[in-house]
Design a protein. Structure first.
Length: 349
């Protein structure tokens, strides 16, 4: 396992972060614990969750993933060994997150309620990295730098400065060690950094955005920020929700796969996606690699990536993901990847 600095926090996190959004839906508590045990045996020290999880989000299961992580840490008595990341939801019409049934927003009251609930579910008194899951303001394409700009309709919002002031208060209270963002734009990241610098507030350490062979939009504006400002990428969906493993090639629908169960993968079913995905899967096989490992190794190898988040529904899948660290993206492989990218650029932003 390789370890990398988490921004300017002084923490060293594993280059692969264990994602947990299947725990409590596709994975039972026992299966989640088994995955966590295996990942930590392999050197993973970084775990990502969210108050939203498991996926797909619904009132009946919301928060269950954090509960499963909490019972694991309590049973193993290893809280001090875990770099624990979770998230507060951004603005949403869903009303099941808050006790009063109000739609979610990044108000002071709601953030404070969210952190206290997460701490209880996780059975801990602090979070290492507390992230805003998505912006409070109206954004296009979930805040992930779309390739086509459509001006969003005006909507209520809590300013970033206000959100950061609340997060800073959580740091000062000892409930949170460090803060980060997710599904953010270059403008949003720089706004957080500006307010941190000018007002002495907590500085964001990371940005968790989608990044994969079929979505390299991070490179257009955020990559330079990540490197120059030490706000590294926590790359999610590096496998394009399973499409880059090749398991859906030819219209296949494997039993138990997310597409088969939930039909929620439209982000990776755009008109240009099939040609790009097929090309990357074919390249991996021509090179003698597992397609999933090629996709993960690419994301992990980028100079702006702090960690690639890997999720699995089986130990076999998790083993393949962690073994991707053994694959080196050499100049010839990178050139072959870039050639496909130039023909099929960012079909799934």
């Amino acid at each position: 396992m390789h370890y990398r600095p988490l921004g300017r926090t002084g923490l060293e996190v594993s280059a692969l972060c264990l994602g947990t959004m299947t725990y409590g839906e596709q994975n039972s508590e026992a299966e989640g614990h088994a995955q966590l045990d295996y990942a930590f045996e392999r050197g993973v020290n970084f775990v990502d969750t969210a108050e939203l999880y498991p996926i797909p989000p619904k009132a009946q299961t919301q928060g269950r993933t954090e509960e499963i992580l909490g019972t694991w840490m309590k049973a193993r008595r290893n809280r001090a060994d875990v770099i624990l990341a979770t998230k507060v939801v951004g603005r949403s019409g869903n009303t099941w997150f808050r006790d009063d049934g109000a739609p979610a927003e990044l108000s002071r009251a709601q953030i404070n309620e969210a952190i206290d609930k997460s701490l209880r579910r996780l059975q801990t008194d602090y979070i290492d990295l507390y992230q805003v899951h998505w912006p409070d303001r109206a954004v296009t394409q979930f805040g992930s730098v779309p390739t086509v700009y459509r001006r969003p309709d005006p909507a209520p919002e809590h300013p970033i400065e206000e959100t950061l002031e609340v997060l800073d208060g959580l740091v000062r209270a000892g409930k949170v060690r460090h803060v980060g963002v997710s599904n953010e734009s270059p403008w949003g990241v720089m706004a957080y950094l500006k307010h941190a610098e000018t007002k002495g507030l907590a500085r964001i350490a990371s940005i968790q955005n989608a990044y994969s062979l079929v979505n390299r939009t991070f490179e257009s504006g955020l990559a330079e920020i990540a490197i120059r400002e030490d706000v590294g990428l926590l790359a999610y969906s590096a496998l394009a929700q399973g499409y880059l493993t090749g398991k859906y090639e030819g219209g296949a629908r494997p039993p138990g796969a997310r597409k088969t169960l939930f039909d929620r993968l439209q982000r990776y079913e755009t008109p240009g996606a099939p040609a790009a995905i097929t090309a990357y899967v074919a390249l991996a096989r021509d090179l003698g690699f597992d397609p999933a490992q090629l996709a993960l190794a690419f994301a992990t190898s980028r100079p702006f990536t702090t960690a690639t988040i890997v999720g699995a529904t089986s130990l076999a899948q998790l083993r393949i993901a962690i073994d991707s660290l053994e694959l080196r993206i050499d100049p010839a492989i990178e050139a072959a990847i870039d050639a496909i990218h130039l023909r099929n650029a960012n079909p799934c932003p």
